[in-house]
Design a protein around this ligand. Sequence first.
Ligand SMILES: NC(=O)c1ccc[n+]([C@@H]2O[C@H](COP(=O)([O-])OP(=O)(O)OC[C@H]3O[C@@H](n4cnc5c(N)ncnc54)[C@H](OP(=O)(O)O)[C@@H]3O)[C@@H](O)[C@H]2O)c1
Length: 332
Amino acid sequence: MIEAGVVGGSGYTGSELLRIILNHPEFELKFATSRSYSGERIGDILPSLERLTDQSFVSPSKEQLEGDLVFTAVPHTKAMEYVPYLVENCSTVVDLSADYRIPTREFEEVYGAQHSDPGRECIYGLTELNREKIAVSSFVANPGCFPTGACLSVLPLLEEDGVNRILFDSKTGISGAGAKPTESTHFPNVQEEVSPYNVTSHRHLSEMKMVVGGNNRDVYFTPHIIPSTRGILTTSHLFDVSLDEDEVFKLFKDYYDDDYFVRVKKDVPKLSSVRGSNFVDIGGFEIKEGRLVVVSAIDNLVKGAAGQAIQNANIMNNLDEKLGLDYAGLSP
Ligand SMILES: NC(=O)c1ccc[n+]([C@@H]2O[C@H](COP(=O)([O-])OP(=O)(O)OC[C@H]3O[C@@H](n4cnc5c(N)ncnc54)[C@H](OP(=O)(O)O)[C@@H]3O)[C@@H](O)[C@H]2O)c1
């Protein structure tokens, strides 16, 4: 068994990692940290995990951070406090924060913070794009939730003529903002609302540009919060596409033929089909007056975070990438 630890195990992505690790046939939970709940039983703090483990949260001090495989699921600028030690002392590390996804200088600009571990070598963990590199890496920067759904919805088109402008319009559930409530996630402020935010300048735009913005392609992104707990639905608009709808559909089918977690269908995808699962559903594929619309749906906490992190960890440890993840969503 591979001993797996989670730094930040009490948060939304951390508790999702625990849920998957505790059901994983090859991983065994070694530790989960929480500064607020150190010493308290995991099952008392996260009742959904009662019976699955008797372990307690530990503090994230160095002597606790032992394991073959460690996930960091802490806020941005905090992962860089742990990663240098973990990379030195554990065989494989997957960071779910933004600290290592984009080049250091860009990180410092976009996140307005100094990086204490600049230039560290790592692989960007969009599994379907970088599977071969992930397989030989010991440190992976797991992608952001928005970039995962958005980039997967256009990857097959990047070599096509005319794909010079992409607009991502995303709707996200509130768990994307983490476990701590804020004014913008307070129930009366989100219920029966659709709230656009950071409409031209969300931090994930830099990550999207890194992945799909080659050849001077213009990439735009506007996120919205919707009154749902999980899920990101992204409507991607591509202009001046020269293919027809059947050609686009075939392109996607062929491109993702070997990618178990990507389900390509002509129907427009639904959040309810992917909720709680590691699947990304991609569909739509309508073209009118040169504008192609592709829609993707993911669960932000699974394919957008913990699930993709486990998928990457499986690959880094030479395991079948489906292990611990091969289950359907919670529909309805
Ligand atoms: N939510 C999503 O949908 C999503 C998707 C993809 C990526 N991410 C990224 O994943 C990371 C975690 O997000 P989240 O939504 O799970 O956040 P969260 O719910 O706020 O959880 C944060 C976790 O980190 C711990 N923590 C906070 N500060 C820490 C520190 N200085 N040292 C050690 N532990 C610390 C917290 O516990 P204690 O304070 O008790 O220690 C908690 O367990 C973030 O970087 C986020 O951007 C989130």
